[in-house]
Design a protein around this ligand. Structure first.
Ligand code: 5GP
Ligand code: MN
Length: 350
């Protein structure tokens, strides 16, 4: 039995909003991941089957590694087709906001959307949503936005429209946001939803391998380099830090998505329960954090980097230099663990 967790009044508002319009835009966060793409493309597909004119608009491009997600080629990407993206949003009578909790998470799309009259419906699982939305389906305890899209469709009696194509999209998000069923999937209902998805005869093994086990040679070499040369361990504070600068990224022909799972790796070490990855992008330092147990990296990213996310997976953008970001990491160590030694204790042979 899958519990109907979404309030009936909220569902009724969504139902009425959809019924009363024809043109619908669906948006997700910048640097879209498997959950952002899977949830938006699944919902788009279902809305089209309902006869709606639905379009997914993303702030920037999907990484190459997710080009296999059904429907990705039809995305309207703001950084690539700005006029078209503006047009879709301005013409939309209803806007779905999936897998983000604040207009600040969608870059310039946020500025375009802010003055628009169209109602905004949030479906999301990040902590602390803003008041930017008219209707909110916000459940931080769920595995993924894809799980929530399934629940919305189920409670609205629309599962008959969830075909193999849309089910494949939802499978991708539920897989990637749980690290391949490693975390955030302790609710037995997760597997009941998965069973329903499996009944749509998705090509599970192919989707799993493409979502979880496919990297370019450059990406694998970059990850190997980062693990062997750049992983600093602070066992007294249960911490790990990996820093990659521009020159290193260029050396390995970095392209978006290449470092996607890197920040999880140090958590394999028994003493390490939280991990930070700092990447020097063209315009900012990208901060990524992961943790195990009740150590909140969301709190850390919010407090020190103005970011956020989930208890065990969070991130932020930092506008200073890489050295300044590293200094903040050391500040965190001394703030949170004042009685420990702040030095790195590497086990690596130099
Ligand atoms: P990742 O480390 O994979 O980029 O992100 C981990 C989680 O933190 C994701 O759920 C993502 O949405 C969230 N996150 C990443 N960067 C930011 C950010 O700059 N601000 C906020 N609020 N959340 C972020
Ligand atoms: Mn998500």
């Amino acid at each position: 039995m899958i519990t109907p967790i979404i309030d009936e009044h909220v569902l009724e508002r969504i139902r009425m909003a959809i019924d009363s319009v024809q043109r619908i835009a669906i948006t997700c966060h910048k640097s879209p991941d498997g959950d952002a793409l899977g949830s938006t493309l699944a919902l788009c597909h279902v809305l089209r089957r309902m006869g709606k004119e639905a379009t997914v608009v993303t702030p920037d491009m999907a990484p190459k590694s997710l080009e296999f997600v059904p429907g990705v080629r039809e995305l309207v990407v703001f950084t690539k087709h700005e006029m078209r993206a503006r047009n879709v949003l301005e013409q939309a009578q209803l806007i779905f906001c999936l897998d983000y909790n604040s207009l600040s998470r969608i870059d310039r799309l946020g500025e375009v959307m802010a003055p628009l009259k169209a109602r905004r419906i949030l479906i999301d699982h990040h902590l602390n949503p803003d008041n930017d939305f008219d209707v909110m389906v916000s459940f931080p305890e769920t595995s993924s936005t894809c799980e929530l899209v399934f629940r919305v469709l189920m409670q609205m009696g629309l599962l008959r429209l969830l075909d193999r194509h849309a089910a494949s999209c939802l499978y991708v998000g539920m897989t990637t946001d749980t690290g391949g069923f490693a975390y955030s999937c302790d609710n037995p209902e997760f597997y009941e939803i998965m069973a329903s998805i499996m009944r749509r005869r998705i090509d599970r093994i192919t989707l799993y391998n493409k979502a979880m086990n496919t990297f370019s040679a450059d990406s694998l070499r970059l990850q190997g380099y980062a693990m062997s040369q750049k992983m600093e361990l602070y066992p007294e504070q249960g911490a790990a830090l990996i820093v990659l600068n521009k020159e290193e990224l260029e050396r390995f022909n970095y392209s978006r998505g290449d470092t996607e799972t890197l920040v999880n790796k140090p958590l394999a070490i028994p003493e390490i329960y939280w991990s930070m990855f700092l990447r020097e992008d063209a315009d900012k330092i990208k901060v990524s954090c992961r943790s195990q147990g009740d150590f909140s990296v969301s709190d850390i990213c919010t407090r020190y980097f103005g970011g956020g996310g989930h208890l065990n997976a969070a991130g932020g953008d930092f506008s200073g230099t890489l050295d300044e970001a590293v200094a903040i990491f050391h500040q965190i160590l001394s703030d949170l663990f004042p009685d420990t030694h702040p030095e790195e204790q590497t086990t690596q042979e130099q």
